[in-house]
Design a protein around this ligand. Structure first.
Ligand SMILES: NC(=O)c1ccc[n+]([C@@H]2O[C@H](COP(=O)([O-])OP(=O)(O)OC[C@H]3O[C@@H](n4cnc5c(N)ncnc54)[C@H](O)[C@@H]3O)[C@@H](O)[C@H]2O)c1
Length: 360
């Protein structure tokens, strides 16, 4: 088992290992044992991991609440129902500790609940998807969606502990594992040539990846970045957006038919191409990036005409908050493990992603 310290305004630790659940959650809960423990999970995770989750329920006399599977759970109505349920469980007002067991959706929703119920109660995050283990459970961003857009209502609320058990990944469908691998490649590009080389060497090997090494390496990078820039005020946290400016536009233009991980994969190739065109990185770096994405069977291209054309995708790009007055803020790669944030002219970006320019 490995431990990572997150040095945010309220510091906490992340434990990573195989077999950390439920014992490390029981330990973390002991600090708050006067409070009622309330587990939030979803039916998929409960079906697959019910035996272990019930063991936790028994050991700490927890209450168990479920929310619907998938993104539709990050909804105002689901949130209202959930917070009312928590409030009625907490009728003695001794207050609660929330324990989120699930993917990023459960983590974001339960995190928002913990950040707002009685102006903030402790939350222990138990991420069960790869994306949640290496990304969403760390850093304290929580949110739910509105009909007008994703993650529009949220608060920063750091967990008091993140317990990562890599055994959860055994039941995760490969399609979901891919979502996490795309983010893992991102971490390699922004901060770790070693992690990147590991992903090159083990390319496509979904079965035998050393999950403890992979998850720990990624979670450590995320923890270091958020420790130094908790609320994205110093510009550093922005590097976590490598590939994401393009990705958000592709996701929106496709009506979310292109998943986030796949959009990030394509977005990283676009960002790499942009970096090369601007003379920031050489052809070798660009090719390594594109080839590792391809080797993990993630997409490197999308036919923009199927998304309504370059102009339409461009409009979605310009809707992104990272854009302002003809300029866009991008994370660009200098070499593997080193990135810079730079303002780029929107016209140049659009020219670059136009199909005729897009085939190399
Ligand atoms: N807060 C942040 O900083 C942050 C960062 C990135 C993404 N996010 C959010 O995270 C969400 C996406 O997270 P996600 O990719 O984990 O999606 P998800 O939570 O929908 O999980 C994906 C699917 O895998 C299932 N699942 C989870 N664990 C499983 C397991 N061990 N075995 C089998 N199935 C399992 C889920 O039930 C779901 O069907 C989005 O809402 C996104 O906005 C938040």
């Amino acid at each position: 088992m490995k431990t990572i310290e997150v040095r945010t305004s309220s510091p906490y630790r992340i434990v990573v290992g195989s077999g950390t659940f439920p014992s490390k959650v029981v330990e973390a809960y002991k600090r708050f044992s006067g409070r009622l423990p309330v587990i939030v999970t979803n039916p998929t995770v409960l079906r697959l991991w019910g035996k272990e989750i019930n063991r936790l329920v028994d050991r700490i006399s927890a209450r168990l609440l479920t929310v619907p599977d998938s993104e539709r759970a990050k909804d105002v109505k689901v949130f209202t129902r959930l917070v009312e349920e928590v409030s009625s469980l907490d009728s003695a007002r001794r207050s609660v500790v929330i324990i989120a067991i699930g993917g990023g959706v459960v983590g974001d929703l339960a995190g928002f609940l913990a950040g707002t119920y009685r102006r903030g109660v402790p939350i222990i995050q138990v991420p069960t998807s790869l994306l949640a283990q290496i990304d969403s459970s760390i850093g304290g961003k929580t949110a739910i969606n509105l009909t007008s857009g994703k993650n529009l209502v949220g608060v920063y609320h750091q967990p008091c502990e993140v317990v990562i058990d890599t055994r959860f990944l055994r039941t995760l469908p490969e399609e979901q594992v891919k979502e996490g691998i795309a983010e893992g490649i991102k971490y390699g590009v922004i901060r770790s040539p070693r992690l990147f080389s590991y992903l090159e060497e083990r390319a496509g090997d979904y079965k035998d990846l050393d999950w403890e090494y992979f998850v720990y390496s990624c979670a450590k990078i995320k923890a270091d970045v958020v420790s130094r820039d908790e609320r994205e005020t110093r510009g550093l946290r922005f590097i976590l957006n490598f590939g994401h400016t393009f990705a958000h536009a592709l996701e929106s233009a496709s009506g979310h038919r292109i998943s986030h991980g796949r959009a990030v994969a394509i977005g990283m190739v676009y960002a790499g191409r942009l970096s090369r065109e601007l003379g920031l990185c050489g052809e070798t770096t660009f090719r390594r990036l594109r080839d590792v994405i391809r080797a993990w069977r993630l997409p490197t291209e999308v036919d923009l005409s199927r998304l309504g054309g370059v102009r339409r995708v461009g409009r979605f790009l310009q809707k992104d908050k990272k854009f302002s007055e003809g300029e866009a803020r991008f994370v660009l790669v200098r070499r593997i493990g080193s990135v810079v944030v730079s303002e780029v002219d929107v016209d140049l970006v659009l020219k670059l992603i136009s199909p005729n320019q897009n085939r190399r």
